[in-house]
Ligand binder design. Structure first.
Ligand SMILES: CC(C)(COP(=O)(O)OP(=O)(O)OC[C@H]1O[C@@H](n2cnc3c(N)ncnc32)[C@H](O)[C@@H]1OP(=O)(O)O)[C@@H](O)C(=O)NCCC(=O)NCCS
Length: 344
């Protein structure tokens, strides 16, 4: 028999919530002033156009799984979950350690999540929110009880340090959440996701896949770097961020006035500000840490969520909204009623 839960997205048999959150960033801080030593840019330009003041950079020895594992470990600890009790690990990333094995396999082994299934999910910077709503389906259906969802990226590996229009924007980082059943009325109460493939060419990494394998003759190193039509992506981002939030809220029968904290993808302070206005929210109800980390792609939303919790910006019963957007072009959003934790 299907149990009805008020506000659960259609099809959820069991309400699904976040039981614990963690994040990890590499130690090295690359400030705008340091960037300006080897790129033709200024702190003033970067801050006024993006709000970014610094980003983190992984060491040459650190790969995405190293960030993902530490963020995952912290989320497990915060949720009081043992690694061996995890049923499924989803790693959202566009910078896996290598094409094979999947980063989730490396994370599973090193975390000691002995009986977990795992897979990677790649839909660029929207990855974490897509992975969140994907993982939630397994809990909602009763298939799994504990799902570790990690968003992690080493975006500095994709940077062309001679392209000032992209290399100032991105950084490395990871965040993770543990999903599980929560009390009725709590957890994920509305979701939305979409893709517009026609816009795909505006944000690309061209080489390294099956169309242009890394051994192709005549490749330029720049073919392996991220390329972006900045203004085009900016227009897309400004229009999609607020709309995606509204659609997740609408899916749960909710409105922006009820939102306690909006946690958008941390790509650019101007995009965040435009979506804040679209949702008509006061600045205090929007979280941003783009200033310190730049755009960490799949790490961005869970890293922001984790810091929002550390700063006591979220209380039990609060309605929060997460939105991711990025290459694809793609987007995903989730409205979450915080709390409702139960004894496992
Ligand atoms: C990248 C972005 C900040 C550029 O801002 P913009 O106001 O659109 O700037 P433009 O691209 O029009 O460039 C304006 C000028 O600044 C210059 N410029 C670009 N990057 C620069 C930098 N880092 N420092 C100094 N000047 C720079 C350009 O060369 C251009 O100069 P020109 O007018 O002489 O040709 C903005 O387009 C953006 O944020 N786009 C979305 C990016 C994003 O979120 N991507 C991730 C999606 S997940």
């Amino acid at each position: 028999m299907t149990t009805e839960h008020p506000n659960s997205p259609q099809g959820y048999k069991t309400p699904v919530g976040i039981l614990g959150v963690g994040h990890f960033v590499p130690e090295e801080i690359l400030t705008n002033a340091e960037l300006a030593k080897f790129v033709d840019t200024t702190d003033e330009w970067i801050v006024s156009r993006t709000g970014i003041r610094a980003r983190r950079r992984a060491t040459p020895e650190q790969a995405t799984s190293d960030l993902a594992i530490e963020a995952g470990r912290r989320a497990l600890e915060a949720s009081g979950t043992r690694a061996e009790d995890i049923d499924l690990i989803i790693v959202a990333t566009m910078t896996p350690d290598c094409p094979m094995p999947a980063t989730s396999s490396i994370v599973q082994y090193k975390l000691g999540a002995a009986r977990a299934a795992g897979f990677d999910l790649n839909i660029a910077c929207s990855g974490f929110v897509y992975a969140l709503i994907t993982g939630a389906q397994f809990v909602a259906s009763g298939t799994f009880r504990r799902v570790l969802v990690i968003g992690a990226d080493c975006m500095t590996r994709l940077m062309n340090w001679k392209d000032r229009s992209t290399c100032v924007l991105f950084g490395d980082g990871a965040g993770a959440v543990v999903l599980g059943p929560v009390a009725a009325g709590y957890g994920i109460v509305g979701i939305h996701a979409g893709v517009n493939g026609a816009g795909g060419p505006s944000l690309t990494v061209n080489a390294g896949g099956s169309r242009l394998p890394s051994w192709s003759v005549g490749l330029d190193p720049a073919d392996f770097y991220l390329k972006m039509e900045g203004p085009e992506v900016f227009r897309f981002a400004v229009s999609v961020m607020g709309e995606a939030a509204l659609k997740a809220l609408d899916n749960g029968g909710l409105t922006p006035e009820q939102v306690a904290l909006f946690i958008p993808h941390q790509a650019n302070a101007r995009i965040i500000e435009a979506s804040r206005k679209r949702l008509n929210l006061p600045p205090a109800r929007v979280f941003s840490n783009v200033e310190n980390y730049g755009n960490t792609s799949c790490g961005s939303v869970p890293l922001a969520l984790s810091e929002a919790l550390e700063q006591n910006r979220i209380q039990d019963g609060d309605l929060i909204v997460l939105v991711g957007f990025g290459g694809g072009l793609s987007w995903a959003s989730a409205a979450i009623r915080w709390g409702g934790l139960q004894d496992s």
